[in-house]
Design a protein around this ligand. Structure first.
Ligand code: AN7
Length: 352
């Protein structure tokens, strides 16, 4: 069987804190490509820049790595329902795995601030979708309260199995590149992923598979940058709706990753995020979602500031697929050329 179809539980079972009797379920998550940058990395003077294409997971984001482990644990515990609050991708992933493995799935999302594709995913996979008048942080609070009194398994990243599954992305990067990069850049919202990567890299280093630890470079949107400001943000705002989060649940994990790795968590504004997204699509052939492009935007900021030196080996994690949120980029695209169905008109149209 191809490794791709094996999934993260079967591939990494000896390195996951998951009971051995938990079912080895999969939807083919993990084993995503690490693609070398041909244009942007060289233009920044980096020794190498790779993009980890997490948008190629089954539901189009990195969330599947942790969701498969959380759902396996829920099944093993005899649970019949899962629930999460979400800015979109967690809900899409929970709905897909919940549907496939026979769990009732409930997702709670911020009304009006979730990408259209993600909401459709949650619905098409059969989840009960509830929207609230409030941001992700409020949704998570409501869901946690409900879980205290109802027999439903919480599958947000406060569920430790989620972080366990997500750390496998760090294992794969070391596997593929032969060592840890010197810098790992990624977007930071609820901060589960930066926590998971740091754990994964530390385990690789401890076990001698990586000779070094990367500096962790986190990008937050400037309107939703609690970790940069050092305090929660009441009304987070950003075009990158996936990371529109004002009070990350894994706050301490993010701070530990930053400080222990001698890294940085910085903010990047929406214009820089959208510009990075556009260039990754235009020059690298990779369509990621806006939040994902915060990884490149923060890396570019760090290079410009001198915090990351030329000659560095870097990896940007592109966490989600751009197809989920086409509306975010549409306004910046060049117009479609409308012509009569005529070869001469076509020739004239493409001349310019
Ligand atoms: C594409 O789906 O929080 O810092 O509810 O979808 O681990 O939260 C999504 C987060 C980055 C931030 N990139 O990761 C959710 C949710 C994309 C994301 C993040 C998210 P964390």
């Amino acid at each position: 069987m191809a490794i791709r179809a094996e999934g993260v539980i079967a591939r990494w079972s000896d390195r996951l804190a998951l009971e051995p009797s938990a079912p080895h379920i999969t939807l083919g998550e993990g084993n995503t490509p690490c693609v070398e940058s041909l244009t942007i990395g060289p233009s920044l003077g980096l020794a190498s820049l790779h993009f980890k294409l997490e948008g190629l997971n089954p539901t189009g984001s990195f969330k599947d790595r942790g969701m498969v482990v959380a759902v396996a644990a829920a099944l093993q515990a005899g649970s019949s329902a899962i629930i999460c609050a979400s800015t979109g991708n967690t809900s899409a992933s929970a709905a897909a795995y919940g549907g496939r493995f026979g769990l009732r799935t409930i997702v709670v999302v911020p009304r009006g601030h979730i990408a259209s594709g993600k909401l459709i995913q949650a619905r098409v996979h059969g989840a009960t979708v509830v929207s609230i008048d409030g941001a992700f942080d409020l949704a998570l609070r409501v869901v946690r309260e409900l879980c205290a009194h109802h027999p439903v398994t919480l599958v947000n990243s406060v569920n430790p199995y989620r972080i366990e599954g997500q750390k496998t992305a760090a294992f794969e990067i070391v596997d593929e590149l032969g060592d840890a990069p010197e810098v790992l850049a990624l977007p930071v919202g609820n901060a589960g992923n930066i926590t998971a990567y740091w754990r994964g890299f530390r385990e690789e280093h401890r076990d001698g598979r990586a000779t070094r630890l990367p500096r962790m470079l986190g990008g937050q949107a400037s309107g939703a940058a609690p970790l940069v400001l050092g305090h929660p943000v009441d009304n987070p705002q950003t075009v990158a709706t996936a990371i529109r989060i004002g009070n990350p649940a894994s706050w301490q994990g993010a701070i530990d990753a930053r400080d222990q790795s001698e890294g940085l968590i910085e903010s990047v504004d929406d214009a820089a995020i959208l510009d990075a997204q556009r260039r990754i699509a235009r020059f690298e052939g990779i369509f990621c979602e806006p939040a994902s492009a915060a990884s490149l935007a923060v890396l570019e900021r760090a290079v410009a500031d001198g915090a990351v030196a030329p000659g560095t080996h870097a990896v940007c994690v592109l966490t989600g697929n751009g197809l989920k949120d086409p509306g975010a980029v549409e306004a910046s695209l060049s117009p479609i050329l409308e012509i009569p169905a005529d070869a001469d008109a076509l020739a004239r149209a493409i001349e310019a």
